[in-house]
Design a protein around this ligand. Structure first.
Ligand code: SAM
Ligand code: SF4
Ligand code: SF4
Length: 387
């Protein structure tokens, strides 16, 4: 075992009860938490399994053949996910992201996509339905996902150099196959907006100082002018197994400085409230943002906390509701939902009650801590609640 890897304590065993409050809370789309933040995004983890072993997420030493993944009966069924999703939408959710683990490993995922794509908001609008994937199975599945109603996709890719990429996914997976997945997504029309512009196809690159800093410029060069938006993510102290330390974090400000050496960049306005990425547009020779060249984003989860606008809830693979990526416990919606007689109104009340009491702002609080290492609390793994 590598020295830095911390043994896993199974947080999945711990759960908070999701209870129905004595005063019903109707789903009217007006919910806010105790810090005034609305409920807008729902991330749904559809599997805790993955075919990659990225060392910042599912290090091989922990996620090995002895690791106990959730048994199939513990997973929410597609019908259960859709039932909960409808309640969340009635409460104000407008965007759903499917994630994992690797979501494309969940069998027949396009059936779930179809069910979610048919949900309408109270004013009759479809949801913004998207998915985050490592891209390994995307070439095979992009068209079926698009046909089922998926709007957009984000592909994680940590470098273009094949040796570096194989090292980071730690299962010797070739970069060419992920690039083929991205090409298939583009070909299928994933990420096209209502005007037919490619605005929703994104590539996320986690930057680790010791590993892939020299991939920043090649990645930018590769995706500039393609309509695909590249976003750089600060390596986060999520979970308890990746042995995170601050030395490995390349702050977004340094990423931008790095990029500016090759390409002039102009800061752009956020496209939506609560957006996690700061946007920068490529400039033309006149120093103006050139939409044809596109944009890059930086997600500064470590150096610039964005908790104040955090409007995201997370539903784990077996139906626990997490209010923060760094939460230590989730609320057991599955148990409540599987009880005889629980109505959708009961679920709405329980979810409403939980959200109204939410006060999570982990990153903001961590920013004020003197230490350069992750606090010693035991947290859930990102592969379990999804990124
Ligand atoms: N398997 C899919 C994938 O990799 O896209 C979806 C799940 S993955 C947990 C979601 C996102 O979280 C990916 O973009 C991944 O790079 C990111 N991620 C995982 N661990 C991270 C960490 N420690 N710091 C920053 N990002 C991380
Ligand atoms: Fe798998 Fe995604 Fe985690 Fe990598 S980041 S190990 S692809 S879940
Ligand atoms: Fe949201 Fe928690 Fe991340 Fe803050 S730390 S932005 S509350 S998920």
């Amino acid at each position: 075992m590598s020295e830095r890897v911390i043994p896993l304590v199974d947080q999945r065993l711990q759960a908070l009860a999701a209870t129905i409050p004595s005063q019903a809370i109707a789903a009217q789309g007006l919910l806010s938490d105790s810090l005034g933040r609305p409920l807008h995004d729902l991330r749904i983890s559809v599997t805790d399994r993955c075919n990659f072993r990225c060392n910042y997420c599912m290090p091989k030493e922990v996620f090995n053949k002895d690791y106990a993944y959730l048994p199939h009966g513990d997973l929410l069924s597609f019908e259960e996910i859709t039932r909960l999703a409808k309640v969340f939408v009635a409460h104000g959710v407008r965007k759903i992201r499917l994630t994992g683990g690797e979501p494309l490993l969940r069998k027949n995922l396009e059936i779930l996509v179809d069910q979610l794509a048919n949900i309408r908001t109270p004013d009759g609008t479809p949801l913004d339905l998207t998915l985050t994937t490592n891209g390994s199975l995307l070439a095979r599945k992009a068209q079926a996902l698009k046909d089922a109603g998926l709007n957009r996709v984000t592909v994680s890719l940590d470098g273009l150099d094949d040796a570096i990429f194989r090292q980071m996914n730690d299962v010797d997976f070739p970069v060419a196959d992920v690039l083929a997945g991205i090409a298939a997504a583009k070909e299928a029309g994933l990420g096209l907006d209502a005007q037919g512009q490619l605005t929703g196809l994104k590539v996320n690159m986690v930057v680790k100082r010791s590993t892939n800093v020299d991939q920043i410029l090649p990645m930018a060069r590769h995706f500039r002018g393609t309509g695909i938006t590249l976003r750089f993510i600060e390596y986060m102290d999520v979970g308890a197994t990746n042995g995170w330390c601050m030395d490995e974090v390349l702050p977004s400000a340094e990423v931008i400085a790095h990029l500016q050496q090759a390409f002039p960049l102009i800061p752009l306005e956020p496209s939506a409230p609560g957006e996690t990425a700061q946007r920068w547009g490529y400039a033309n020779a006149a120093g103006q943002f050139d939409p044809a060249l596109g944009e890059v984003g930086v997600i500064s989860s470590v150096t610039q906390a964005f908790c104040r606008d955090c409007n995201r809830a997370r539903l784990s693979t077996e139906g626990k509701l997490y209010l923060c990526l760094f939460a230590t416990q989730g609320y057991d919606l599955r148990h409540l939902m599987r009880q005889d007689g629980t109505t959708d109104a009961d679920l709405a009340s329980a979810i409403g009650h939980i959200w109204q009491h939410r006060d999570d702002r982990y990153s903001e609080l961590r920013a004020h801590q003197p230490t350069d290492s992750a606090p010693a609390v035991r947290r859930v793994e990102m592969s379990y609640i999804g990124g």
